[in-house]
Design a protein around this ligand. Structure first.
Ligand code: PEP
Ligand code: CO
Length: 444
């Protein structure tokens, strides 16, 4: 890594970069970001790395979840609190069901840039640049909205900072206290069967805490019952932005990308000789790489060589996103290859991105059943190969949206509350249902 620097990615081909209108405005925005403080600290990234190592060994389970694309308009304290609520609820269900600590990572506080399958979008006979996330342009189908604007990078930075600030307050300042467990159940969820099932667990946890208190154990002093560690993550797509937030850790002298605790490279940008992999290779954060059904054992070996040459547990997570129909054929050869090579990678299942389709009514959607089928197949594959299912990676929201199809949201009712800016998300009820199901898989 001798020739690595935060800017060495610039010598390699970078896929999926926006067409910025002019270099000078881009440079001025990036220059401003370079002067701004880091969002996260190296020590926190090292903590997450250790937690991911434990997940890779079956001693913990990763719950990585949030929006496909965060929105500049969705930024109120209530919205951020509600996003936390559903993740905290799911974590309780998983911890209670599986008896394992849950490593909580949000797709939040920086998930503002999207890779696209086509650089342009056609509607009728009009063609415009695709929406690439609010750090680049706006989703409205309008030439002005779709123009890439570097000033958006600065806004993305500030929104990420404020979001993370609130997350830190909520997770360390009392809201994530286990005594608050009932208040995480939002009204519209509480009335569903999933919400009622959650309440049963919440009451059992209350009783256990009262029991321990009655035994003379002072629960008020153990911070683990009153605070949670919550980490941030996003796709490291806009390399200029990531470079601007890459700083040298004063303790170790190592480089960290301080825009988030964990950065991942997407299915479309994971070329071992490309700019994205070059960038991730030199930062010391824990990193992840999406892996689709076309990936070969050789592809993964090349990525390991580039991204984790020292084979350090917790450094590299592979996020498999195969699709319900393909996982059974595609995943086992990859698990075998990594196992046989003695690679300490952590395996996480993204059951969302291989299961997207356009509904008869014209909405981009996913079937809850496909999502669950892929997760089940992920567990089966690991069981058969003697490897460890380390976690799940989900697109979800705390709102009562109708974006994914199940017994209550149909092809016809997708339109009732479809808000997705990019990919369809599970709503809070669906997310909770999934947590119960994954909790059961972890018990078997
Ligand atoms: C995503 O996570 O939103 C995404 C675009 O994923 P992938 O790179 O797996 O397609
Ligand atoms: Co997505």
């Amino acid at each position: 890594m001798d020739d690595w620097s935060p800017s060495s990615w610039q010598t390699k081909p970078a896929a999926q970069q926006p067409e910025w209108p002019d270099e000078a405005t881009l440079e001025s925005a990036l220059g401003e970001i370079r002067e701004l403080p880091p969002l996260v600290f190296a020590g926190e990234a090292r903590q997450l790395r250790a937690a991911l190592a434990r997940a890779g060994e079956g001693q913990a389970f990763v719950l990585q979840a949030g929006d496909c694309a965060e929105a500049f308009g969705d930024f109120s304290a209530d919205a951020i609190r509600d996003k936390l609520k559903i993740i905290l609820q799911m974590a309780v269900v998983l911890t209670y069901g599986a008896g394992l600590p849950v490593v909580k990572i949000g797709r939040i506080a920086g998930q503002f840039a999207k890779p696209r399958s086509s650089p342009n979008e056609q509607v009728g006979d009009r063609e415009l640049p695709s929406f690439r996330g609010h750090a680049v342009n706006d989703a409205a189908f309008d030439p002005d909205a779709r123009r890439a604007d570097p000033k958006r990078l600065i806004r993305a930075y500030h929104q990420s900072t404020a979001t993370l600030n609130l997350i830190r307050a909520f997770t360390k300042g009392g809201f994530a206290d286990l005594n608050q467990i009932h208040t995480w159940n939002q009204e519209f969820v509480a009335s569903s069967s999933q919400g009622r099932r959650y309440e049963v667990i919440a009451r059992e946890i209350d009783r256990a805490m009262r029991f321990m208190h009655a035994c003379g154990i002072d629960l008020s002093t153990d911070s683990k019952l009153h605070e949670v560690d919550f980490y941030t993550s996003h796709e490291a797509l806009l390399l200029g932005y990531e470079e601007a937030l890459t700083r040298r850790d004063s303790l170790t002298g190592d480089w960290y990308d301080c825009s988030a605790h964990l950065l991942w490279v997407g299915e479309r940008t994971r070329d071992p000789d490309g700019a994205h992999v070059e960038f991730l290779a030199g930062i010391k954060n824990p990193i992840a790489c999406k892996v689709g059904p076309a990936a070969t054992p050789g592809d993964l070996e090349a990525l390991c060589e580039r991204l984790d040459p020292d084979n350090e547990a917790g450094r590299l997570t592979f996020i498999a996103r195969m699709g319900a129909e393909r996982i059974e054929g595609s995943l086992p050869p990859l698990l075998q290859a990594m196992r046989n090579a003695g690679r300490h990678v952590t395996w996480v299942c993204d059951p969302m991105h291989g299961n997207t389709f356009t509904s008869g009514s014209g909405y981009k959607t996913r079937n809850f059943d496909d999502i669950l089928t892929e997760i089940k197949a992920f567990f089966v594959a690991h069981q058969q190969e003697g490897t460890v299912p380390g976690g799940v990676h989900l697109e979800l929201t705390s709102d009562a949206v109708t974006e994914c199809i199940d017994s209550e949201v149909t092809n016809e009712t997708l339109e009732v509350d479809y808000q997705a800016l990019c990919d369809p998300r599970l709503n809070a009820r669906q997310s909770l249902e999934l947590a119960f199901q994954v909790g059961e898989l972890l018990q078997t």
